[in-house]
Design a binder for this molecule. Structure first.
Ligand SMILES: Cc1cc2nc3c(=O)[nH]c(=O)nc-3n(C[C@H](O)[C@H](O)[C@H](O)COP(=O)(O)O)c2cc1C
Length: 217
């Protein structure tokens, strides 16, 4: 499928066929795409809970009650669900881990270029710390890049998907002990295969026009 067809045909799945499971190979491809997601100063501020068991799916739905209850069946009938988590802060220890990762892969020609990269990264983190929304909002923006990558990758692999912001993050954080790990849940992605009675599969895609969206200068 060419990329425009993928963009036109992907859609937010509202009902899943619980009997269909994503092949392991496709799941691994999807996770590798997530791992390769680009981020500002390569901060990689995310962690992904890959939910595959019925028990774990049920636990995710604890955060989908009340006004969010309509999202719970999507999780329960998904093949897999991914909880996109974001770090709540950037410690010096984490920055050191990143720079050592860069070094181990051979990105620096000498100790001085390694130090320069460490200083630049720290400078940006300090700058974002002072910005409105702070370092957490900046990091969460990166996590949503991963969501975009996953949506496109899933569609390319013929996997249906539902990005889900309709959940209670505090409940989900408590359910999976995320706060203690320095993480918070940012967005959830249900993955699988559409049920035949998914009303949304037949609806036309609604988007603003090119004229409204693009200013060519
Ligand atoms: C960050 C984000 C959060 C969303 N949250 C939900 C949600 O909680 N439940 C749901 O059914 N759809 C959710 N959606 C789906 C959007 O409503 C959908 O992407 C939009 O209407 C465009 O339609 P399409 O994805 O079918 O092209 C979410 C989408 C995004 C990107």
């Amino acid at each position: 499928m060419d990329l425009l067809t993928v963009a036109q045909q992907r859609y937010t799945t509202k009902a899943y066929d619980a009997d269909q499971t994503i092949p392991q190979k496709d799941l691994e491809t999807l996770l590798e795409v997530l791992r390769l997601t680009p981020s500002s100063i390569n901060i990689q501020p995310w962690h992904f809970l890959v939910i595959s068991s019925d028990d774990a799916k049920e636990r995710v739905t604890h955060a989908m009650t009340g006004g969010h209850a309509y999202n719970a069946p999507k999780i329960l009938k998904s093949s897999h669900t991914i909880v996109f988590c974001t770090r709540t802060d950037v410690s010096d220890e984490y920055l050191k881990q990143l720079i050592e990762q860069d070094a181990s892969i051979g990105r620096f020609r000498d100790a001085s270029s390694k130090q320069t990269q460490a200083d630049v990264r720290k400078g940006y983190v300090d700058q974002y710390r002072q910005s409105e929304g702070g370092v957490q909002r900046w990091m969460e923006n990166q996590t949503f890049i991963a969501l975009g990558e996953a949506l496109f990758a899933a569609a390319t692999l013929g996997i249906d998907a539902t990005p889900i912001g309709g959940f209670d993050a505090e409940t989900l954080d408590a359910e999976f002990n995320l706060t203690a790990q320095g993480l918070t849940s940012s967005v959830v992605l249900a993955l699988g295969y559409r049920s035949e009675d998914d009303f949304n599969a037949k609806l036309p895609k609604s988007r603003l026009s090119k004229e409204q969206l693009f200013t060519v200068l």
